[in-house]
Design a protein around this ligand. Structure first.
Ligand SMILES: Nc1nc2c(c(=O)[nH]1)N[C@H]1C(S)=C(S)[C@@H](COP(=O)(O)OP(=O)(O)OC[C@H]3O[C@@H](n4cnc5c(=O)[nH]c(N)nc54)[C@H](O)[C@@H]3O)O[C@H]1N2
Ligand SMILES: Nc1nc2c(c(=O)[nH]1)N[C@H]1C(S)=C(S)[C@@H](COP(=O)(O)OP(=O)(O)OC[C@H]3O[C@@H](n4cnc5c(=O)[nH]c(N)nc54)[C@H](O)[C@@H]3O)O[C@H]1N2
Ligand code: SF4
Ligand SMILES: [Mo]
Length: 757
């Protein structure tokens, strides 16, 4: 698209958060003039947030690495790609030979999920490494939901998302989409959509210990005690049975375990739980009745329900309530998307799968089970610093910053220098990558094409949109998929070209397709398919394949009007594939084709919850996390325009809690747990409930050997120095990042004590 002689406009989906907004990028040459929302984008319709406008600043950030660096005598020096990959081979290959692949850990961070290369190519280096020690940011995030999805429906990404645009009653637990723009429910413009819900007379209820911006929009804000959602949800299930409100309608035939769940919930009446949850029994009963009475209701939970002590139970019961009230798979309820590039629930036999197993291998130190092939990041530090055979010797970091993002972060920070080899694919030298021996930087988002393979799986509208790279790679620069291919051949010693690694990957993907009885290309020859994909290469070739064999695809000519990448290229604002449609029972992939409402693993975990309830509500202060619209996890603090204004890394606390500790807004507090201690600026706020303090994660960039000149000016404090990697949601091993006890003191008294020692 061009306008004027020098100015042109490029369209690119924003890769920063799950909202997938369409951006309209005005360019002059390779200079970004401005970024606005793409009004014609079929999904985001012009919506964007302040972060989306800063991709040009990210592109020009002088601290962002433009070429690989290798550490020599403790300092990073720029090298060419050949030298960088030789160094990778020199570091990793001896370790792979002895003691072997399992001495290497791999960590895949959040931006990998927002990245076309990152969603396709990691398998090439994982195969080359042959290590089973894969860690991901998901294990700090949504893992309990993945687990409950797998147990209920047979597959982790069979995720019921709130039908936000058509619902009449929405309960939001532990999420603040007015700020986060939503998660595990992709919808650009959550704020607009929530306001539309209110405007059409729908009801919004927010359950959050903090009076967030989302809570302010709601008709009702319920502030439970931190970490008690599982009990609150059990009480709602109890009321559904107790008051005869269960109405499963057409779901009835597809559901197993209703009686077991009823029996389980029997003792959990809201009267008994009120002291524990802090929510009056009448509030629970009234809410449950109103929810059950609505013809289109959904309950949705996010990180304030997952990264908590009972995250798996909460994740499960959220779906259970949607099922028991007949709202699962109902228009305006919680529904299953149908992504254009397919997913595990569009492949294989419709309505039935193999079910799922976990624990095929375990971590060495704490024996934490593998889940979906991944190990919990809560265990990473100890696998590195615990002596003994099997201790990790090398680490590959791909788009992750666990020294800031993971619990027990001081321990991880101290452990990393003990490794023989750390390689990072990352654009920045930050708190984690400063420990690397080699850093391989991907190009900026503006130099890469985009398609949301991941988020279309939980998108509230079925859409498909491809963006070509707005700007070309600079001479000598590698795209991220090329880095991943070269990494693979450096590690396996084959020294195959990028082209060859890519060929082998696409061949293996197509071969799996033609051997899959459920695929439209079953029985077709691999070569015929590859001919039709030519002359594309790289992620575009694989994307084209996925679209063409996907649910709306052209099936390589079988449905000529169907989707292809070429068709997406002709529709740069995206193609609207329509609202979500009911998908039961076809969507199920459980072993017996049923929804398992009472999975034994989670039923058993209720014993742990029961003990907690018996112990009673925690005393003292509980820490929770929060997000800010101008901040993105740990890595956008180097963008000057996002860093203006008031201090954002503050400890928010209730006026009385602050007063009791002689703290005022602007004072520095010392926050301690059994794991660590930080100092942080206080912000007194009546948004907070008594006993709850809130601190954002993703801060602290004061390491002298980082290259983050803007971020370092306002380092904030790292909340994960307080979080304890030993504290997990038992079934999923997800870290408790929301809801752990802290002590808070005014800095002066604390520092005086320290000097007296
Ligand atoms: N601007 C911005 N947007 C982001 C991100 C970002 O860093 N910045 N990060 C992205 C990522 S990776 C994710 S996963 C999503 C997360 O998206 P959200 O889950 O919407 O994230 P938060 O804003 O942290 O909201 C969590 C809420 O849970 C509440 N909470 C804490 N403990 C409890 C509890 O025990 N019970 C209940 N009911 N509530 C509790 C907190 O007070 C908070 O309001 O956001 C994404 N979007
Ligand atoms: N206390 C607390 N901790 C939390 C959370 C919380 O709520 N509270 N939230 C958790 C959640 S939900 C998440 S998702 C995790 C995130 O945890 P991480 O994924 O570990 O952290 P990010 O901050 O997303 O770090 C992203 C890294 O990727 C790099 N990067 C950016 N773009 C690219 C790219 O295109 N390619 C590559 N290769 N690298 C890139 C950045 O420079 C940065 O180093 O944090 C978790 N940690
Ligand atoms: S909400 Fe903001 S950060 Fe998220 S995709 Fe849209 S513009 Fe990007
Ligand atoms: Mo996340």
């Amino acid at each position: 698209v061009s306008s004027g002689s020098h100015e042109r406009v490029a369209l690119r989906t924003c890769p920063l958060c799950e909202a997938t907004c369409g951006l309209s990028i005005a360019l002059s040459g390779d200079r970004v003039l401005r970024i606005t929302g793409d009004e014609q984008d079929v999904f985001s319709k012009g919506y964007l947030c302040p972060k989306g406008t800063t991709l040009g600043d990210l592109h020009t950030d002088p601290d962002r690495l433009r070429g690989p660096v290798v550490k020599r005598n403790g300092v990073f020096v720029p090298v060419g790609w050949d030298e960088a990959f030789s160094e990778v081979a020199r570091l990793f290959r001896p370790l792979l030979a002895d003691p072997g692949p399992d001495c290497i850990g791999v960590y895949l961070g959040n931006p990998i999920g927002h990245n076309l290369s990152g969603l396709i190519y990691p398998r090439v280096f994982l195969k080359a490494l042959r290590s089973r020690n894969l860690y991901t940011a998901s294990t700090l995030d949504q893992r309990p939901k993945d687990l409950s999805n797998a147990l209920l429906y047979g597959e982790r990404y069979t995720l019921a998302v709130p039908d936000i645009d058509r619902t009449q009653f929405m309960v939001v637990l532990g999420a603040n989409p007015m700020v986060s723009n939503g998660s595990l429910a992709t919808a650009p413009g959550w704020p607009r959509r929530l306001k539309a819900l209110v405007a059409r007379g729908g009801r919004l209820v927010v359950i959050d210990p903090v009076r967030t911006l989302t809570a302010e929009l709601a008709h009702q804000h319920i502030a439970p005690r931190v970490g008690t959602d599982a009990a609150l949800l059990l009480a709602m299930v109890h009321v559904l049975f107790d008051e005869g409100l269960v109405r499963m309608g057409r779901l009835t035939d597809h559901v197993h375990g209703v009686e077991e769940l009823q029996e389980l919930a029997q003792p959990f009446n809201p009267e008994r739980l009120a002291a524990y949850t802090g929510v009056a029994c009448e509030t629970v009963r009234t809410l449950t009745r109103a929810f059950a009475a609505s013809s289109a209701a959904c309950i949705y939970g996010r990180i304030g329900t997952t990264a908590t002590r009972f995250g798996s139970i909460s994740s499960w019961l959220i779906d259970a309530i949607n099922v028991l009230t007949g709202n699962l798979d109902r228009i305006g309820g919680a529904m299953f998307p149908m992504p254009a590039t397919g997913s595990a629930n569009t492949r294989g036999r419709p309505g039935q799968g193999r079910g799922f197993v976990m624990g095929r291998h375990h971590t060495r130190v704490r024996r934490a089970p593998e889940l979906f092939g991944e190990l919990p990041t809560s265990c990473l530090a100890e696998e590195i610093d615990t002596p003994g055979s099997g201790r990790y010797r090398g680490l590959l970091l791909v788009g992750g910053n666990p020294v800031v993002s993971a619990p027990s972060s001081a321990r991880l920070d101290a452990a990393l220098p003990g490794l023989d080899a750390i390689v990072a694919i990352d654009p920045y030298i930050n708190d984690t990558t400063r420990h690397a021996h080699v850093i391989l930087p991907p190009p900026s988002p503006l130099q890469r094409s985009h398609y949301d393979l991941h988020f279309t799986q939980w998108s509230v509208q079925n859409v498909a949109k491809y963006s070509p790279a707005p700007l070309p790679l600079e001479p000598g620069q590698l795209d991220e998929w090329q880095i991943m291919c070269r990494l693979a051949s450096a590690v396996d010693g084959s020294n195959q070209s990028v082209g060859r690694v890519d060929e082998r990957l696409v061949e293996s993907i197509v071969r799996a397709g033609v051997q899959d009885e459920s695929s439209v290309v079953f029985g077709v020859s691999v070569d015929r398919i590859l001919e039709q994909l030519a002359p594309r290469t790289g992620p575009e070739r694989i994307l084209d394949y996925m679209l063409r064999v996907g649910p709306y695809g052209d099936g390589f000519g079988q449905t000529p009007s169907g989707l292809t990448l070429e068709k997406l290229q002709q529709n740069p604002h995206g193609i609207d594939l329509g609202p979500m449609e009911p998908r039961l029972p076809e969507v199920l992939r459980s072993g017996d084709g049923k929804i398992h409402l009472a999975p034994s693993l989670l039923m058993q975990d209720v014993g742990r919850l029961r003990l907690d309830i018996d112990v009673g509500p925690a005393t003292g202060l509980q820490l929770v996390g929060r997000r800010h619209v101008r901040s993105n996890n740990s890595w956008m603090h180097n963008i000057p325009s996002l860093m203006t204004g008031k201090e954002r890394c503050t400890l928010m606390m209730h006026p009385v809690d602050a007063q009791e500790r002689d703290l005022q807004t602007g004072a520095t507090a010392c926050v301690t747990t059994t794991t660590g201690e930080i100092q942080v600026v206080v912000q007194v706020s009546d948004r907070m409930a008594r006993g709850v303090v809130s601190l954002p994660h993703g801060w602290l960039h004061d390491g002298l050997d980082t290259r983050l000149s803007t971020a370092r000016l306002r380092p904030g404090a790292n909340s994960n120095r307080l979080a304890d990697g030993q504290a997990v949601d038992r079934p999923s091993w997800t870290s408790v990042l929301n809801g752990f006890p802290v002590e808070v003191h005014a800095l002066t008294t604390q520092s005086q004590k320290a000097t007296q020692k």
